[in-house]
Design a protein around this ligand. Structure first.
Ligand SMILES: [Zn+2]
Length: 194
């Protein structure tokens, strides 16, 4: 499974692409080697509103909900969002740096945005994620691992792990054992096919 080449565009074939302006180049020599899992919902706890997409594209109406005042003017993004249905939206090329992690460090290396891919799950810290989201996340992870060979299973973390004390997502609702088990199962199927 180590032979696939990165798509030149850095776009996932099975994602709906919505361009976010909130990205820039990765530093020269940066090797994509970390997957960061997040959650987001806007307003918090409400799903399918379209507000996350608007937020990542700097098109959210800050007046539309009282909560939005607290995030007004923020320019953020993630490479991908997995909706409750499992549908995948991509906002930033995988080769570019998305603005998802903020102040962060992993194994002593700071600014994780430089060398990571950020995936948002539509959700909250304490509401169970959908079956479709786990399935979609597993499939995306497989795709990413085929394209970025240093993205090993040990280098898949939550935002909470790289920004402890500051961030809690994807929260206790994210079942890491389930995700890692499903991922290993999917990887073993690929192994058997080759
Ligand atoms: Zn996060």
């Amino acid at each position: 499974m180590a032979t696939a080449q990165p798509r030149p565009t850095g776009l996932l074939s099975n994602a709906r692409f919505v361009a976010s302006p909130n990205h820039n180049a990765r530093p020269a020599g940066a090797v994509v080697s970390l997957l960061v899992i997040h959650n987001i919902s806007l307003p918090p706890g409400q799903f399918g509103t379209g507000c996350v997409e608007q937020f990542f594209c700097n098109q959210l109406d800050w007046q539309a909900h009282p909560y939005f005042k607290s995030i007004e003017g923020l320019e953020v993004s993630a490479h991908c969002l997995i909706e409750r249905s499992g549908a995948l939206i991509q906002f930033v090329s995988l080769h570019q740096r998305a603005w998802h992690a903020g102040r962060s460090s992993f194994e002593g290396l700071e600014n994780c945005n430089d060398f990571s891919i950020g995936i948002e799950l539509e959700g909250t810290d304490d509401q169970p994620y959908s079956d479709a989201q786990y399935e979609s996340l597993v499939q995306v992870t497989l795709q990413l691992q085929q394209n970025f060979l240093q993205l090993t299973n040990a280098r898949i973390v939550g935002h909470c792990d790289i920004a402890p004390g500051r961030k809690t997502d994807p929260g206790p609702a994210f079942d890491w054992v389930r995700f890692r088990t499903q991922l290993l199962d999917a990887q073993s199927v690929i192994g058997e096919l080759r």
